[in-house]
Design a binder for this molecule. Structure first.
Ligand code: ZN
Ligand code: ZN
Length: 409
């Protein structure tokens, strides 16, 4: 095993060279919690060495967030600073790269009025809509990564002392992001090729529908005409490769907004805005959530699907085998970036424009093909060792894709 400092360096290489793949003269915006400052400093140095022009920062802090939600007046949650939204849009227009740290703030806002959170969430999403279009359509390079915080590590390893829990979580992160391999950049290139094979298979098949069956799940999802499966990295509008999530084990596409029918049960808790939703399920009719249940976090879930019309429909269909490295770790990370790579998942809300002729389609075309629009995009996990997924062809032939959560193609 390499020395800890060496592993941190390799991980920083992965996020700079594979994640955003920073180019000579390019700006980089890093959004991160203050708890990640040490690693952000390391990444910043790597980014300059790789040719970055300017590296900018948007810092967050759990304590300050909680202070605001506890003491700020109601009116403040109806606003989002326009200068911040304009700044993000401007950087995207100039072709900057964007790196976001997803470090879960577990139960941080559990005693806060969910209405305050919902109002702020909606206003922020609205203000950042133009910026988000740049990332969701892959016009700019962007990546989401994570580093341990003490609180998060304690949640994943509740029986360890804080220091050991953090150490253990780093170990997992190095393993899952391939930073523990001799040449992580080469390891990522190999991984990318394996995902590309699955993508090619699914695109050749161009299934009309997928059918999911598992305990508490019997769901049919229609796929739009000309849909494209994607995975293992994208290209920005200048043709530069980048990796939107590190790690990533998924291949995904979008559903027909009105083509989802049946019931699906989540197989992992969902951490949404610092609140945990557990043991939940949705029932769909013609794409719309017409019923839902949750043993914990019902109000949070209700607020989420009431944000706008699109939050009642699906925007992503992702397949991940149950033997993926994240899944093999046997851990529940309470962090979508990791948990979604252990499990087949779906997302409520905004879809990515995954079409073979995507770049030439207007937003009207996209809507006609069935792409969902929303201010939110929230992944939830449906995979398990009991999940079977079939592909249904145009002529109605049924072909097995996953059995017991594993690929059979
Ligand atoms: Zn996904
Ligand atoms: Zn997603």
């Amino acid at each position: 095993m390499a020395h800890f400092e060496e592993l941190l360096d390799r991980y920083a290489d992965v996020v700079v060279k594979i994640g955003v793949n920073i180019q000579e003269g390019q700006d980089l915006m890093i959004t991160a919690p203050i708890s990640a400052a040490d690693f952000v400093r390391r990444v910043t140095k790597k980014a300059y060495l790789a040719g970055a022009k300017n590296v900018y920062f948007r810092w967050g802090d759990d304590d300050l967030t909680l202070t605001r939600y506890t003491y700020a007046p109601d009116e403040s949650f109806k606003e989002f600073p326009q200068w911040e939204a304009d700044g993000m849009t401007k950087l995207a227009e100039q072709g900057a790269a964007f790196m976001s740290f997803l470090v879960p703030s577990l139960d941080l806002l559990k005693d806060v009025d969910p209405e305050r959170i919902a109002v702020q969430q909606k206003v922020a999403a609205k203000a950042l809509e133009t910026y988000r279009q740049y990332t969701m359509s892959d016009r700019v390079s962007w990546t989401v990564i994570s580093v341990p915080s003490e609180k998060w590590a304690k949640k994943v390893f509740p029986n360890l002392a804080p220091e050991q829990a953090v150490e253990k979580l780093w170990e997992q992160i190095f393993f899952l992001t391939r930073a523990d391999q001799e040449d992580p950049v080469a390891a990522w290139q190999k991984h990318q090729e394996a995902l590309a094979e699955k993508v090619a298979y699914m695109n050749r098949k161009a299934y009309k529908k997928l059918h999911y069956k598992a305990p508490g799940t019997d769901l049919t999802i229609e796929l739009p005409e000309g849909h494209a499966w994607v995975g293992g990295g994208g290209k920005n509008e200048k043709g530069i490769d980048f990796m939107a999530n590190i790690p990533t084990e998924e291949i995904f596409t979008l559903p027909v907004k009105t083509g989802v029918n049946g019931t699906v049960s989540a197989t992992k808790p969902l951490n949404y805005n610092g609140n945990l939703i557990e043991n939940f399920s949705f029932t769909f009719k013609d794409g719309k959530i017409i019923d839902f249940k949750a043993e914990a976090g019902y109000e949070t879930l209700k607020k989420l699907i009431e944000i706008d019309e699109g939050a009642r429909y699906l925007g992503e269909v992702a397949l991940v085998p149950h033997d993926s490295p994240v899944s093999q770790s046997g851990l529940l990370f309470y962090n979508a970036l990791y948990d979604e790579n252990a499990s087949c998942h779906l997302a409520i809300g905004q879809a990515y424009p995954c079409f073979k002729d995507g770049a030439s389609l207007t937003s009207e075309d996209l809507e006609k093909r069935g792409m969902n629009k929303s201010l939110v995009h929230v992944d939830f996990m449906v995979g398990s060792d009991q999940l079977d997924v079939d592909g249904i062809t145009e002529n109605g032939d049924v072909e097995p894709l996953l059995r017991g959560g594993l690929w059979v193609i």
